[in-house]
Design a protein around this ligand. Structure first.
Ligand SMILES: Cc1cc2nc3c(=O)[nH]c(=O)nc-3n(C[C@H](O)[C@H](O)[C@H](O)COP(=O)(O)O)c2cc1C
Length: 253
């Protein structure tokens, strides 16, 4: 694909709702009318391995969307429809190990949503022990296998990545290896031990992938922080600020 998405470039809104498992579903999104450029629902499990991992995560008290796989397609159509009531584009954050098993669900998502976001970000051990989530950033061959199949969906594909898990150079090399297969990067500028985003790394990454849509993410909770990050990204996304109800500033941006 390797192209900027016209519809996204024309969007006047600059703030995206970031995915929060167990929280950001259709009902959550539709409460925010005309606020976001894109709302991201999920993350959702698309195969048996990730569904089981999700159930394990729930056992230790973390919220998840553990949706039974045989009812998933009907469920996700309803969620996408509700999320669309926000008047934002709808992106669906997904994870899977077995792309063949996930494929019919990916097809359904592609038919109804605007963007599919592959989760290369999750650090829950139940997920990383399957070799996915943030481990995907290390495994360019597996990433290529997934993205190669996803290209058939003919839908904008975003990768949700986390900075400072692997060295930036390795991340850039691995993303370059698959650069023809994705349209956007949703970048959690995670800065270990720091309560603010790693903007220097975001700048380097955004320069390298200046033909892609870049959504910057992490610790954005004010107009000032959003504007600073928007120097290096097309959009900024917010998660925890929304949970705290801190959304008043978004309209003013
Ligand atoms: C409760 C919770 C659940 C999350 N679930 C997901 C997820 O399923 N997929 C994902 O890519 N990121 C997930 N994230 C990460 C957020 O999308 C975001 O990258 C992170 O919270 C940093 O942004 P913030 O500083 O605006 O909160 C989650 C974050 C929170 C707080």
């Amino acid at each position: 694909m390797n192209k900027k998405i016209d519809a996204l470039n024309r969007l006047d809104k600059k703030v995206v709702l970031a995915p929060m498992a167990g929280i950001t579903d259709g009902d959550f999104c539709k409460k925010f009318k005309d606020l976001f450029a894109i709302v991201t629902i999920g993350g959702y499990n698309l195969d048996t391995a990730t569904y089981k991992a999700s159930k394990e995560i729930e056992k230790r008290g973390r919220k998840e969307f553990s949706i039974k796989l045989d009812g998933f397609n009907n469920y996700i159509i309803e969620q996408i429809e509700k999320a669309g009531e926000s008047n934002a584009l709808v992106s669906v954050n997904v994870r899977f190990v077995n792309v063949d098993e996930a494929y019919d669900k990916l097809l359904t998502i592609a038919k109804h949503a605007d963007i599919i976001e592959l989760n290369c970000h999750c650090r829950q051990p139940e997920i990383t022990s399957l070799g996915i989530g943030q481990e995907l950033m290390k495994n360019k061959n597996l990433l290529k296998e997934f993205l190669n199949r996803m290209e058939e969906l003919n839908k904008p594909i975003f990768l949700k990545v986390r900075l400072n898990y692997i060295p930036l150079k390795e991340l850039i090399d691995n993303l370059n290896y698959v650069r023809d297969y994705f349209d956007g990067l949703h970048v959690d500028c995670f800065y270990p031990g720091k309560p603010y985003a790693d903007l220097n790394s975001l700048k380097t990454l955004a320069e390298e992938f200046n033909d892609k849509i870049i959504i910057g993410n992490n610790s954005i909770d004010s107009i000032e922080k959003a504007k600073e990050m928007l120097r290096y990204s097309d959009f900024v996304s917010v998660a925890r600020a929304v949970l705290k109800g801190n959304v008043g500033w978004i309209k003013e941006l």
